[in-house]
Design a protein around this ligand. Structure first.
Ligand code: CA
Length: 433
């Protein structure tokens, strides 16, 4: 078979795995998904590359040692703390590894299925594994590409009649974020301290953030960078993307409102950004490609691309107060509503000649949909605290309280299977005194 038909076979909805948990239509990690991550476990604390399947992880170091994984470059890239060396091998290598893993896990392939000793060496239960930040991130950029979100924020903080600034429909607006504080799902996040400008006082006070918020985003990870001075063309941009994660761009709204003029957010965003641990490849997302919203006015030439460049990814946010049994779903939306595409974001980022590197993380911007309950931040859901949310176990929220656990979930729903991201979770700890 050709490489292309092998790739098509990995996306075939009828392909099932001998790992039965992967065949559950609500499990994020179907055999059609096969996302990459970094894990360790209690028997082996060495961090290494794994692939999620059902409730298991395939250990690629063990698979290669067993002679079951053929990597063209024949380099040792799996016994690593991060995916960067693997990603740097290039798209043909990611694709080939995903195809080989799919074939080994397919129901009809006996190699692992019928060999208990080999299975014991190459599979780790997710419940017994610890997941780590999957990439070393040289740079983190955050965009602002949801028209609904930008309109809501503009209406709240500036002028409802002119909510979108004139540049918004021309530029995929973004800023350079802080890579050092990107953490993996499960890492607790401390409420930040900072300058707060209270309405009744002339000067700011110093103290703990009182308006702590989430931002529901996705992120994409650069798989092939560009050299300084050599922009990435919009029509080629997707070939530079390794895959996607869920991203919570924690935001201190009161610190933000005081500091953001004229250069944008700083301390209000730099204290933490949480990402989900598994990187879902663009190959796995391909069956869920859909048209992006119509762009009017037509973007400048360097931002144009033919065809469909959005993806149908369902998104949900839940909030669970400290020790509560039940979490409340506070938002449901979809990535397909985003006005600017990932390809346009990357083309714009590099058009000046700015270089990108393997592992760079690009946040989508808060993803808000067209309805009141599809907003991707508490700022919008509660209209800056004016409309508290009712929680399912009782109580209300305007912004996040200490001990609250926020979880982002995201998945593409196929016919009988899911291509999901796993959870992106963070609990808020009290501010440092
Ligand atoms: Ca953001």
């Amino acid at each position: 078979m050709s490489a292309l038909s092998d790739l098509q076979a990995t996306l075939d909805p009828s392909r099932k795995s001998w790992i039965e948990s992967a065949n559950d239509s609500t499990n994020d990690f179907s055999i059609q998904n096969l996302p990459f991550g970094i894990f360790s476990d209690r028997h082996n604390d060495a961090r290494r590359v794994g692939v999620a399947i059902g409730d298991q992880i395939v250990d690629l170091v063990a698979l290669q040692a067993a002679g079951l994984l053929n990597v063209a470059a024949k380099t040792d890239v799996f016994a690593r703390d991060t995916l960067n060396d693997f990603i740097a091998l290039g798209r043909d290598a990611w694709r080939s590894v995903r195809i080989q893993v799919s074939e080994l896990l397919a129901r009809d392939t006996a190699t692992l299925r019928d060999d208990a000793a080999l299975r014991a060496r190459t599979l780790v239960r997710q419940a017994e594994a610890q997941l780590h930040l999957p990439v070393q991130i040289p740079g983190y950029t955050d965009f602002y590409s949801s028209k609904e979100h930008a309109t809501n924020v503009g209406a709240m903080f500036r002028d409802p009649k002119n909510a979108l600034l004139p540049n918004w429909l021309e530029i995929p607006i973004g800023y350079n974020g802080r890579a050092s504080s990107v953490v993996v799902s499960g890492t607790p996040v401390r409420r930040p301290n900072g300058q707060l400008k209270l309405p009744d006082q002339e000067r700011p006070v110093f103290g703990a953030c009182r308006k702590l918020d989430i931002e529901l985003e996705t992120g994409f990870v650069i798989g092939a960078g560009n050299a300084l001075g050599e922009p990435i063309a919009c029509e080629h941009a997707e070939a530079h993307i390794f895959g996607m994660v869920l991203l919570n761009d924690w935001s201190a709204r009161d610190i933000q409102q005081w500091e953001y003029v004229p250069l944008g957010p700083f301390n209000s965003k730099g204290f933490a950004t949480t990402i989900s641990p598994w990187i879902v490849t663009l190959d796995a997302l391909e069956p869920f490609r859909v048209a992006q919203p119509v762009q009017e006015p037509q973007p400048l030439a360097y931002l144009r691309h033919d065809g469909a460049h959005a993806f149908d990814i369902r998104l949900e946010v839940t909030l669970r107060p400290h020790q509560a049994k039940q979490a409340s779903t506070i938002s449901r939306t979809n990535f397909k509503h985003m006005y600017w595409t990932m390809a346009q974001q990357l083309a714009h980022h590099t058009v000046s000649g700015c270089n990108t590197r393997v592992g760079d993380l690009m946040g989508s911007g808060t993803i808000s949909g067209p309805t009141d309950d599809s907003c991707g931040s508490l700022l919008e859901l509660t209209w800056n605290g004016k409309k508290p949310l009712e929680l399912s176990e009782g109580g209300t929220r305007t912004f996040i309280e200490d001990g609250d656990e926020l979880t982002l979930a995201g998945w593409c729903q196929g016919d009988g299977y899911r291509v999901g991201f796993g959870a992106c979770v963070g609990e808020i700890l009290p501010a440092q005194r």
